[in-house]
Design a protein around this ligand. Structure first.
Ligand code: B12
Ligand code: SF4
Length: 617
């Protein structure tokens, strides 16, 4: 699909015309004076709805939105360059709905008062799409131009032959769809909005921008301050060489590594440090496959060592990263605090079934131990609901992980055919049932059938997995391992409280978690009734009190465990199978033995013991 020009019925274009054309010909616009015009942009990352239809949002969110920072950075550059003319002040507001209550009425008034502008719905993922549409509908009803971008739009346009009904509805409302990456493209978009010639679709999927010297992501400090720990973000690269069938990224951002230079990264770090921000989530899906990782890490190490920058980093890497010479060690020196690792599963056949050939379970322990030696906390993702999974096999596998693998945090997801992935495309083309409610594509709901488990059972198994992993005994083991390896026990304890409590207490995935849930009575999913204040507020008060009590109890319990371990003089000598060096012959590894008959025949794979003995005999 390509830019198709303004449809005569495109309300978005009509509105832009009525606001802006009057000004450009007559010199005034809704009260603005000649010689100075305002163009107001409000960027919103929509959140998504909980099962009761309330927006999931917090006083402080845990993770920053890099999509927001990317689009803000590009627009801020346009504002500085005065791309709409020397007389036009471009003003930008950026909100992440995870930590900010969106006041639609106020935004409408502000944009109208400015006389021109638009609302950008940013980084909309599939699970955020229904919320984005509810917001977009209200802005369109007020006649404002609205542009929506992000992975739902890009994923669907890149993989499906025709527009799915939800995106068609979006277009019918006059909301413009922006597919692909925006670097180098927003000035043109702004000019189209300003001229009243906004097109229904902008599609840049087949033209991936070069990232070297590209405009960096950034946000005002006031927006970053709404993220717990004041973490900011940037992507040091995009694209991943692997081919996992559940992944959307490779179909939108490609498989070739595009990366920022070390100079780019240094410039980002220096600019953010001026705002007092030194903690970053580097959002590359796989920083280990960023072809420029070493130059970037070397520069960060230098900034820390020579100029005392207190850089702290979160990274995403793959399970084979420890094989890259110096990678883990340099990450530690560059200030990496914790790494997200897509462990995904420990059953080799399940991994092969999703083309995740690079995940070799016989290397998992060695990889996790390498991170421990660098003092980095490991935060692993684990997917449930592969075809061979049963409640019993999942329970057994979790027990094996607890015993065999020295990871600090494990978080679970349900295998989900995300729009934009090969899995989604295949099911779509075969006409297999997939839940039409995008709000459920948050990896906490089962969205399609499973060979042996019902949707309800899949979701039960998912909830049980959290309980089974985060027992008090295992939390104690994790903390003991941290103490023995010299990993900061207070940090591990804090993360364990957050991760285990978000599912158990708040019923949200840790990646959507924040500090102090805000529930706004009037912000409910369209189609659901607004509850009476006499019902809503007393129930909410009780809920808050109960949850606060449970959080305090959990934090106190983990603190007690941690203090006991820290006070134990033998703590440093703690040893168990997960901390022990991997056996010289991987076939002797208990994890390998548990899956002996499923290890694929591939280069470097251990030969199952029975086969080895047969050969030896
Ligand atoms: C960092 C990240 C997060 C962070 C921050 C979110 C964010 N968007 O920054 C956190 C931890 C919060 C997160 C959480 C989740 N994430 Co996430 N996340 C990512 C990740 C790795 C990077 C995002 C990013 O910065 N991309 C780079 C930016 C530049 O790309 P972009 O978002 O597409 O934006 C560009 C264009 O789309 C366009 N654009 C976007 N919006 C707009 C708006 C306008 C007006 C314009 C003009 C242009 C425009 O311009 C941007 C600049 O080029 C992506 C994977 C990826 N590579 O993108 C997954 C990804 C977006 N996440 C995904 C998922 C599934 C989740 C979770 C549901 C799952 C989970 N439990 O982990 C949660 C739930 C989030 C929620 N509901 O709040 C999926 C979404 C797939 C889909 N079809 O929806 C992705 C693609 C990964 C995957 N597994 O496939 N995530
Ligand atoms: S390793 Fe990660 S980013 Fe790369 S294809 Fe697989 S899931 Fe996608």
């Amino acid at each position: 699909m390509v830019c198709t020009g303004l449809e005569p019925s495109g309300a978005s274009g009509l509105m832009a015309t009525s606001i802006v054309a009057g000004h450009s010909t007559q010199g005034t616009i809704l009260g603005a004076t000649v010689g100075k015009r305002r163009f107001k942009i409000v960027l919103i990352v929509p959140s998504h709805y909980d099962d009761d239809g309330y927006v999931i949002q917090w006083l402080r969110s845990m993770m920053p939105s890099n999509s927001l920072a990317s689009v803000y950075g590009l627009l801020a550059e346009c504002a500085d360059a005065r791309v709409l003319g020397p007389d036009v002040d471009i003003e930008i507001e950026a909100h992440d709905e995870m930590n900010t209550v969106i006041r639609v009425g106020r935004i409408v008034r502000d944009i109208r008062a400015a006389g021109a502008g638009f609302v950008g719905l940013v980084g909309v993922q599939s699970n955020q799409f229904p919320r984005a549409l509810d917001l977009g509908r209200r802005f369109r009803a007020a006649g404002l131009p609205v542009v929506m971008g992000g992975f739902h739009v890009s994923g669907c346009l890149s993989m499906l032959r025709e527009l799915p009904p939800d995106l068609q509805e979006t277009l019918d409302l006059g909301i413009t769809l922006f597919a692909g990456e925006a670097e180098g493209r927003v000035a043109g978009l702004l000019r189209d909005i300003d001229a009243g010639t906004l097109k229904p679709v902008y599609d840049y999927l087949s033209d991936l921008p070069n990232l070297e010297a590209a405009t960096p992501p950034t946000l005002p400090r006031s927006t970053v301050a709404r993220v717990f720990g004041k973490y900011s973000s940037f992507d040091a690269g995009r694209g991943c060489p692997f081919q996992c069938s559940f992944c959307t990224i490779i179909n939108v951002q490609g498989r070739k590594s595009r990366y920022r230079t070390a100079d780019d990264v240094e410039a980002i770090v220096r600019a953010e440090a001026k705002q007092g921000i030194t903690r970053f989530f580097i959002t590359d899906d796989n920083f280990a496959r960023n072809r420029n990782w070493e130059a970037i890490l070397d520069r960060l190490i230098e900034l820390r060592a020579k100029e005392g920058f207190k850089i702290r980093l979160l990274l995403q890497v793959d399970t084979a990263c420890h094989r890259i010479a110096n990678f883990v060690e340099k990450c530690g020196r560059a200030g990496v605090l914790f790494v997200f690792i897509g462990l995904e599963n420990i059953n080799p056949q399940s991994l092969l079934g999703t083309k995740k050939r690079q995940n070799k379970i016989w290397e998992y322990r060695e990889m996790l131990q390498a991170w421990r030696r660098a003092g980095v906390i490991t935060y692993c993702g684990y997917i449930l609901g592969f075809p061979a999974d049963t409640p019993e096999s999942i329970a057994r596998d979790i027990d094996i992980i607890k015993k065999e693998l020295p990871l600090d945090v494990l978080q679970f997801y349900i295998l989900t055919p995300l729009p934009g992935s090969e899995d989604h495309k295949v099911l779509h083309e075969r006409g297999v049932f997939m839940d039409p409610d995008m709000n459920k594509y948050d990896l906490e709901h089962a969205c399609t059938g499973h060979p042996t488990m019902s949707i309800e059972l899949c979701e039960q198994v998912y909830r049980d997995a959290w309980v089974r992993f985060y027992t008090d005994t295992h939390v104690e083991t994790i903390l003991r391992r941290a103490r023995a390896s010299g990993v900061a026990t207070n940090k591990v304890g804090g993360i364990l409280t957050w991760i285990s409590g978000s599912e158990a207490i708040e019923r949200v995935h840790p990646l959507q978690f924040g500090f102090f849930r805000r529930k706004i009575r009037s912000q409910r999913r369209s189609g659901l009734p607004i509850e009476s204040p006499f019902v809503f507020y007393p129930r909410r008060l009780l809920e808050v009190m109960r949850m606060a009590a449970r959080w305090l109890a959990r934090a106190q319990k983990y603190r007690t465990i941690r203090k006991r371990i820290e006070a134990d003089p033998a703590g440093k000598a703690y040893a168990d199978e997960a901390l022990a060096p991997p056996p010289a012959d991987a076939a002797d590894d208990h994890l390998v033995q548990a899956f002996a008959d499923q290890i694929p025949k591939m280069y470097g794979a251990p030969k199952p013991r029975a086969a080895v003995e047969r050969v030896a005999g």
